[in-house]
Design a protein around this ligand. Structure first.
Ligand SMILES: Nc1ncnc2c1ncn2[C@@H]1O[C@H](COP(=O)(O)OP(=O)(O)OP(=O)(O)O)[C@@H](O)[C@H]1O
Ligand SMILES: [Mg+2]
Length: 319
């Protein structure tokens, strides 16, 4: 992010030095960052009056996005084609994804233990650093690790395979540990945005999105609350993805759902995750080190289409 594309807080109409200082003391670093907030959220953190909160947010949006006009459907095709795709480093998976990951979208990879979710995330943390002509975007990765599964060794091995200096690759991965849902919300709303604006972060990984919520909101009585909080964090990730043009990847665990006499495996997180995520995939074990990735739900990719890949000491590769 260049300084001019994020805008200083004081460039917003109605924000003087005092208000700018107040917002900064609450962790809001730029006008673009401010534009992510809702009036309710701003009131909650600053004690501003509703009128004032609404007014400065409207002015912030106007400054950052201009007077946005509607876009014709015919122009959308071009817009999609021009978005830089991020390679997974696996040809068959890139093909399944329609040429790699698209920015401004969220991807969910669900599957049982050992199906390669974490390996795939490590690989993306490296491929995002590749230059454009090699399928990357020359960016850094923010890796939100909720399962203590981040492995520097894996990043090093994968980096070597892609011709990136292992130490440099690790320097471009910002690992964020979170302890509960409220902590995750804070990290995403403030620290993550700072990394995106100031440290060239282009890819956000949350491995996994569900672990914290399953642990914190236990039992049927707390299910509604759990789903509400999950929806809230997913909404924030989507706001950030859209406004900063970045890639968001989430991993998810599975649950057993009884279906007559048998049990089928479904991604955890229920309808909330199903609605909030853009592209959903299911990972399965095939044989030995081979895994199958299947499209579960996507507005643009064919339902149930599959790709296969292999997990090796060099990361994830074509099978
Ligand atoms: N260095 C390596 N060389 C070869 N295979 C490896 C290596 N490191 C991990 N694996 C394989 O990767 C698999 C684990 O994949 P991964 O950690 O991505 O699973 P996951 O889907 O994230 O599972 P979980 O739900 O438990 O987090 C194991 O089958 C393991 O054998
Ligand atoms: Mg994992």
């Amino acid at each position: 992010m260049t300084k001019s594309s994020t805008y200083d807080l004081e460039e917003v109409n109605g924000i003087g030095p005092k208000t700018a200082q107040l917002l900064q003391s609450k962790g809001i670093i730029s006008a673009r960052h401010l534009a992510l907030f809702t009036p309710e959220e701003l009131i909650e953190i600053t004690d501003m009056t509703p009128d004032r909160a609404e007014k400065i947010l409207r002015n912030a949006r106007e400054l950052v996005f201009g007077s946005r006009r509607a876009v014709k459907g015919s122009e959308m095709t071009k817009i999609y084609q021009e978005l830089p795709r991020l390679t997974t480093g696996v040809k068959s998976v890139d093909k399944l994804l329609g040429g790699g990951l698209e920015p401004k979208a969220t991807y969910e990879f669900a599957g049982e233990f050992g199906t390669g979710k974490t390996q795939l995330c490590h690989q993306l943390a490296v491929t995002v650093q590749l230059p454009r002509d090699k399928g990357g975007v020359g960016g850094a990765c923010a890796y939100i690790d909720t399962e203590e599964a981040f492995s520097p060794n894996r990043v090093e091995s994968i980096a070597k395979r892609f011709g990136i200096d292992p130490q440099q690759a690790l320097d471009n991965v910002y690992v964020i540990k979170v302890i509960n849902a409220a902590d995750l919300e804070d990290r995403v709303k403030f620290d993550l945005v700072r990394l995106v604006e100031q440290n060239n972060v282009k890819l956000v990984v949350i491995d996994s999105i569900i672990a914290l919520y399953r642990a914190e909101f236990r039992g049927r009585e707390r299910l509604a609350e759990r789903q509400q909080r999950l929806n809230y964090i997913l909404d924030w990730l989507m706001r950030i993805a859209k406004i900063y043009n970045i890639y968001v990847v989430l991993t998810n665990q599975v649950i057993d759902v009884p279906l007559g006499y048998i049990e089928v495996k479904k991604p955890a997180g229920g309808n909330v995750l199903a609605h909030a995520v853009t592209h959903r995939f299911f990972l399965k074990k095939s044989r030995d080190d081979v895994r199958v990735m299947e499209v579960l739900d996507s507005p643009r990719l064919p339902h149930k289409a599959t790709a296969t890949f292999r997990i090796t000491d060099r990361g994830v590769e074509d099978a």
